[in-house]
Design a binder for this molecule. Structure first.
Ligand SMILES: *Cc1c(COP(=O)(O)O)cnc(C)c1O
Length: 350
């Protein structure tokens, strides 16, 4: 019997549900470059309200949202500070430098999370020898950090520090709603500590495409200009905005299920000889797994799991990532957990 493949490579692999597809098919649309798409306008309004900001702008990707933030807060020759393993720095093709001419100063932090005291002394002196420090970016939840939630107290402390020093603060909130689901702290409460916030509809929320950036009306005016420059002005985008609206309405409350499912997988990882959790029990839907060399390389483990009907990503020579999401059920996850456990058994008997 061939079983359905369980795809845990990313929470971006979800397919639109029938109800979401209906919402897309029925969306009222217009030319959004002219500001005339009612569905995009509604999504932007809802997103601004959700994040407690004056205004929001719909963009094709989370990468574009983050890169727009860099461009509106910093000028060429300025510097931003972020964690050394943050998405904006590691996984956006060097866009900080290429698109905005901005340099980066990274801080180590732990599991991608930085504290106000990691930032002390990191502002360059006001002297012509140096770049101008302009911006700090945080990521919540932190992808490479194991899906960790950035504690709100630390966010508040960093926000006060940034304000006191005249620095802008941007949140890469690709998975902010996972942080909301994990803590009960509202998106508005997280958002209030930042000048701009980005959010992805296409990760755990399960929309096929789309992200947004939110901030003051003035910042979003600058963001709108940059979206055009970066080639992100879209026309009858209501068709995809409708999917994002549907996701906000129907796919937020269920994120706690993804987190429970992630813990089931994490327990299987912990119970399996040769596998370990890189940053402890997951807070949310991402599980980063360290593969011990006795078990093989990450790539070898990926192919053994694939043969067992489970897809995960090798994201380092000895590192795997598994993500839970809308398209994996509790019973899928239990099957995947069994596949993980079998990896250990194979090693023991070999
Ligand atoms: C996926 C992701 C992004 C970028 O989103 P894309 O839509 O893939 O460009 C940004 N930040 C984090 C933390 C992400 O995981």
């Amino acid at each position: 019997m061939t079983q359905r493949v369980i795809d845990l490579r990313s929470d971006t692999v979800t397919k639109p549900t029938p109800a979401m597809r209906r919402a897309m098919a029925e969306a009222e649309v217009g030319d959004d470059v002219l500001g005339e798409d009612p569905t995009v306008n509604l999504l932007q309004q809802r997103t601004a309200e959700l994040l407690g900001k004056e205004s929001a702008l719909f963009v094709p990707t989370g990468t574009m949202a983050n890169q727009i933030a860099v461009g509106i807060h910093a000028r060429p020759g300025d510097e931003l500070i972020c964690s050394a393993i943050s998405h904006i720095y590691v996984w956006e093709g060097g866009g900080i430098a290429r698109l905005s001419g901005v340099t980066t100063r990274t801080v180590e932090g732990s599991s991608g999370l930085i504290h106000a005291n990691d930032l002390a002394g990191k502002i360059r002196p006001d002297d012509g020898h140096y770049v101008r420090t302009r911006l700090v970016t945080l990521e919540n939840t932190h992808n490479r950090g194991g899906g960790r939630v950035h504690p709100i107290e630390d966010v508040a402390a960093i926000s006060s520090w940034a304000k006191a020093h005249g620095l802008a603060l941007h949140l890469d909130g690709a998975r902010l709603m996972n942080a909301v689901a994990a803590t009960g702290v509202s998106a508005r409460e997280w958002g209030r500590h930042f000048d701009t916030v980005s959010i992805c509809y296409s990760k755990g929320l399960g929309a096929p495409v789309g992200s947004a950036i939110a901030g003051t009306a003035e910042a979003m005016k600058a963001a709108h200009r940059l979206r055009k420059v970066f080639g992100g002005g879209m026309r009858q985008a209501g068709v995809i905005a409708a999917a994002a609206l549907h996701a906000l309405e129907h796919h937020v409350d269920r994120l706690v299920e993804d987190h429970e499912n992630a813990r089931i997988l994490a327990h299987a990882v912990e119970a399996t000889e040769g596998l370990g959790l890189e940053s402890g029990m997951p807070d949310t839907n991402l599980i980063w797994v360290v593969v011990s060399p006795q078990l093989g390389t990450a790539a070898e483990v990926v192919s053994r799991l694939r043969a067992d009907g489970v897809l995960v990503s090798a994201l380092g020579p000895q590192v795997l990532r598994a993500c839970t999401h809308l398209d994996v059920s509790r019973s899928d996850v239990e099957r995947a957990a069994e596949a993980f456990r079998r990896l250990g058994k194979v090693r023991v008997s070999a």
